[in-house]
Design a binder for this molecule. Sequence first.
Ligand SMILES: [Zn+2]
Length: 421
Amino acid sequence: MRSSFIVLAALLFALTPALAQTCPATCRLPTCYCASNAAPGGLTRAETPQFVLVTFDDAIQARLEDQALKPVFAGVTNPGGRPAHRTYFAQAFNTDPAVAKAVVEAGHEIANHTHTHTTGIATDGAEWRRQLDGLERFFRDTVGVDASQIVGFRAPYLATNDAMWEELRRRGVLYESSLAELADGPFSAGIGRFVWPHTLDFGAQTACVAAKCPSAPLPGVWSVPMWVLYNEEGRKVGEMDPQQTPVYTADSTALYTMLRYNFDAHYTGNRAPLALYLHAGRVRRNDHAIAAFRRFLREVANQPDVWLVTMKGLVYWMQHPVPASQMAAWFDGGGERGALAATASEATERPTTPGTLRLWPNPSSSGQVHTSAHAPVEVYDLTGRRVAEAMPMGDMLDLSAVAPGAYLVRSGTERTLWVRR
Ligand SMILES: [Zn+2]
């Protein structure tokens, strides 16, 4: 199966600049996306936001926050001064609940990296389940994070096996991120044309050089590749901890230059996301690495179309892509937390998301909706233009004058995204 994909990919590359799987018409967003080096939603390069992901694996501890993560992110913000978020592939063992709570409250993402980080290629299904359940239980009981918020997974040591893939399928995780993607992978064509995240409806679409790819499809489960970094000579730096490569361990400028080289290739190429996949314990006490990462992130995050989001935020965007010009509204409306996904799906009853403005049913064909608002409601399109204002009558709101589409709705300090059919 896989070799036929590779042959097909090579053939397609010869014929057309865009690599794409022969994708059945039934594969449609938001639940299915074929492996491709084209951005979702038919966005052109200029319309495509450049996402930069930063993830940290293993335990969450005060000394790692204070001596690695906070210094790396010091002064790093998204456009308009909005906060820049990161993803923690967390293990429960040795994680400090109070520190983890602060991390979650700051808007960062917790993903599942197992309870004790002891799994490997020989781990059976029952143990994978214990390990994944254990992590969820730890965060629920000691940190106060519901399991529904933990939607991503990375295998410890990137050691995958079929029992693991089966458990991910059984649980219905939103995404997994354990598979390295090389610049010459089946659906990539150089570091400026890397494959985008895709669902595993048709099995793995990466070369699976080191990892064990799934033997069967995982419908609806997103694969966020571990895009490999390359140096200026075209040699592989690696998919994790580039600061560990000998030429960069004591040379901040060289590390920065390599990162910038990769970013420029992505940004001027197809804008597939760029990722820094790190271990905080390997960044801590390395002032060269901290300086290089901070300089790099500050510099790129200063561009209006570059966004540092959580990995689940990226997947939510893949499901409901918006152009770079609408990213501020997407971010403010909770798109990174899945708000657009939630409002875009059929919600005929009162939604329960606490702390946000509520409108239902959603989508609404008539424009007459129920609302939790008691103050005037303003409706903005995704370019930020105010298109309507309305006052709730009881719990009813008349937005029938608003044209079909997606909107950011605001009442006082509360916001939500709303879809009119
Ligand atoms: Zn790990």
